[in-house]
Design a protein. Sequence first.
Length: 141
Amino acid sequence: MTREGTDGLSDAERYEQGMAVRRTVLSDAHVDRATAATTPLTADWQNFITRVAWGDVWSRPGLDRRSRSIAVLSSLIAHGHQEELAMHLRAALRNGLTVEEIGEVILQSAIYSGVPAANTAFRIASSVFGEQAADAPGETA
């Protein structure tokens, strides 16, 4: 049975929309790894996050992807979701934020989420941005 949402899309259409946004924001390589790692236990979860997080929320017109990335980074820092932070730091760059702007988001988060949360976020960001510099051909650190 397919369900139609308030946007007129069926679950299957929302899934396809979500998969397209998820691939754009997180990268094909990331989504391919997540999809390949899907098990019978996680299959419903993968379907849910693709439809709801990516097909519903990330696809809404009310905020651009840069703004959504700022909100996500702030939330991840505030709640200590360090496993997701590196992934969304990379996504923020793909969504058009600069390293300097991400630094500002982390600094802003320090005021409302605490210095230890910001320390951890800066450590993770330094690692992620160091990896990206190392991966860039012809660039030196």
